[in-house]
Design a protein around this ligand. Structure first.
Ligand SMILES: Nc1ncnc2c1ncn2[C@@H]1O[C@H](COP(=O)(O)OP(=O)(O)OP(=O)(O)O)[C@@H](O)[C@H]1O
Ligand SMILES: [Mg+2]
Length: 583
């Protein structure tokens, strides 16, 4: 990226950030006014120095001398009040901006397509939400504060210097080109390093997250050394990038001070030349020197602030990049209240990525309202993929899926999903109570009786009753405190409670013992009676009673019919069935 491009990008990002500040423009203006006052107090102090030396020591004017202590206290009182309001105001805005950004990011998180989560590790996403947003805050508060306050101080001080002696100021300004070049160079470097640090924060959280979630696998397969090494790599990289920033700052600050000191020395030399003595009075000289010394601090801050500024811009870039990710498509505007449940796949083909193999290949099928259809076939045949297309977890280009005669792409996404209850192959539970997990999404609209009824139907009540806190027992992160079968029964109870016209059961009873499975199967049979059901099962005994069985192989439906018909056909299904029957 060229220097110019990098700068305009920075500009665009900064303008966008200012958009977030806009709602608080009153506070913003107030803080800036406070900063202006604060900035000018510096020059005011230099001016007081002139009075002290001129009227106080040279002229010894008693009237003025009396006022000098009051002037000093006055200047610092103004400095204190304006300092408080500028800092408080800016920080207030910054925290508002952080909150807004986090809120938008979280909303975005809820609306991103499944494919985004499959392509980005949750550690990286978390680090954006936690770390990057804070970095943005540093940019939007401290940077603006220092930038405005110190720029104003510098302008005010320079103005005062020019006013009292333009010739000396001119000498001082000789150093500005060198200073500018230095600042431009440092900016570029900071931005590059800040980006690397963000990336490495993502890596650190990613590796940690895997170590937390995979702790059992790590222990039993002896992965400690490997994980330690992985972590060492990202941790060391992070440290090294930070040290590069420190090195740049540590060099640039004293270097700038040295530059100013050179100008300082030159001025002292010039001012003390015999020809100049008459022109520059003692009071002017002292005041000028005070102003110059006071210039050091803001100049120094302005250059170190670059680190923050560049970090902020790089972080904002990462945040905005996340916010700009395309959300799930809501092409459809049609809202449906209660579908009859007629599902039709018309020549649907699908692959997870453009250049990847087709996972579904020209699938056509019809499910009448209220029918139950089972999908069977080898692992990896595409069963889960097929049922994932109905709630539009993935977008597909080839073919159509119709629900009651409407293309599902024309149906409002939320209302489409309202029609579907799902028990997926991987049960997801929230770190909350059992009652909350069963009633998830419907809290507040369902009664306690309904929750208990659903738990009864799913045969979950048996184990819930035995828990010390019953329905109020917390299940731990993703239900770690429960057994596999218990988790599955909660997932079934949740689906039962939703009472949607379409039910998808993906290996919903795979984790249950044969006895519980038989009970639940009866309950599920009851549930399937008056709704469209798509069942996926490896244990073929559980699907004998469905209306239609679809046998899938390599993304195609290769056989379909009733259980007995397929057995008579002596094809793939009959083969699978006989194999299981023998076992
Ligand atoms: N999110 C994904 N991204 C990319 N490829 C995927 C994804 N999910 C599944 N696949 C691939 O798609 C194919 C079909 O997977 P799918 O989960 O639909 O199989 P399945 O029939 O449900 O198998 P199983 O019986 O083991 O659950 C597999 O080859 C798998 O590698
Ligand atoms: Mg599957």
């Amino acid at each position: 990226m060229s220097q110019e491009k990098a700068q305009t990008d920075g500009g665009v990002i900064y303008r966008r950030l200012l958009g977030f500040v806009f709602p608080y423009w009153k506070v913003f203006i107030g803080s800036i006014l406070a900063m202006m006052v604060l900035g000018s107090t510096e020059a005011a102090f230099a001016a007081v120095m002139k009075v002290i030396t001129g009227a106080g020591f040279v002229d010894k004017d008693p009237e003025t001398i009396r006022w000098i202590p009051l002037m000093i206290i006055g200047v610092f009182t103004v400095k204190m009040i304006s300092g408080f309001f500028s800092t408080y105001g800016m920080s207030w805005i910054a925290r508002q901006v952080i909150k807004t950004l986090r809120k938008q990011m979280f909303n975005q998180l809820l609306r991103l397509p499944s494919s985004y989560f499959e392509g980005t590790s949750s550690g990286v996403i978390l680090s954006k939400l936690l770390y990057d947003v804070e970095q943005v805050a540093a940019a939007s508060s401290q940077v603006i504060t220092i930038l405005i306050r110190d720029t104003l101080s510098i302008i005010a001080l320079l103005a005062w210097m020019i006013y009292i002696s333009s010739s000396l100021t001119l000498i001082f300004l000789i150093i500005t080109p060198v200073l500018t070049i230095l600042v431009v160079f440092i900016s570029k470097r900071f931005r590059k390093l800040a980006k690397r640090i963000q990336g490495s924060m993502g890596d650190i959280s990613h590796v940690s997250e895997e170590a937390i979630e995979g702790q059992r696998v790590i222990k039993i397969f002896g992965g400690q050394d490997y994980e330690t090494q992985q972590f060492e790599n990202v941790n060391e990289y992070n440290r090294r990038q930070h040290m590069k920033i420190v090195a740049t700052t540590a060099f640039s600050t004293p270097f700038i001070q040295l530059l100013v000191a050179c100008a300082f020395a030159l001025i002292v030399y010039m001012a003390t030349l015999p020809d100049m003595r008459g022109i520059v009075g003692v009071d002017t000289f002292v005041s000028f020197m005070t102003a110059m010394i006071m210039l050091m601090q803001p100049t120094k801050r302005l250059t170190t602030i670059n680190a923050l500024l560049q970090q902020g811009i790089a972080a904002a870039q990462s945040v905005f990049d996340f916010l700009d990710q395309p959300q799930e498509k809501h092409q459809g505007g049609k809202t449906i209240s209660q579908t009859k449940g007629a599902v039709k796949f018309e020549h649907v083909s699908f692959s997870y990525a453009k250049d990847k193999d087709k996972i579904l290949d020209d699938v056509s099928l019809t499910i009448e309202p209220g029918q139950s259809v089972a999908f069977v076939g080898r692992s990896g045949a595409g069963k889960t993929t097929l049922v994932s297309l109905l709630p539009r977890f993935y977008e597909f280009d080839e073919g159509r899926i119709m629900l009651d005669g409407d293309d599902i792409k024309d149906i409002n996404l939320n209302s489409l999903r309202d029609q579907i209850a799902l028990v997926s192959q991987q049960v997801t539970l929230f770190n909350d109570t059992i009652a909350h997990n069963i009633a998830y999404g419907a809290l507040g609209t369902v009664s306690e009786e309904e929750v208990i009824k659903a738990a009864e139907t799913a045969h979950a009540i048996e184990f819930i009753r035995e828990l010390p806190e019953g329905f109020n027992t917390h299940v731990g992160e993703n239900g770690v405190l429960l057994s596999g079968g218990q988790r599955q029964r909660l997932a079934i109870a949740r689906a039962i409670l939703k009472n949607a016209p379409i039910l998808i059961l993906d290996e919903a009873t795979s984790a249950l013992d044969s006895e519980s499975e038989r009970y639940i199967q009866e309950a599920l049979d009851e549930l399937m009676k008056n709704r469209t059901t798509l069942v996926i099962a490896h244990r073929l005994s559980t699907i004998e009673r469905v209306d239609k069985i679809m046998v899938m192989e390599h993304g195609k439906i290769v056989e379909q019919g009733k259980h007995q018909e397929l057995l008579d056909k002596e094809g793939i299904y009959a083969g699978l069935y006989n194999l299981q029957f023998k076992n």
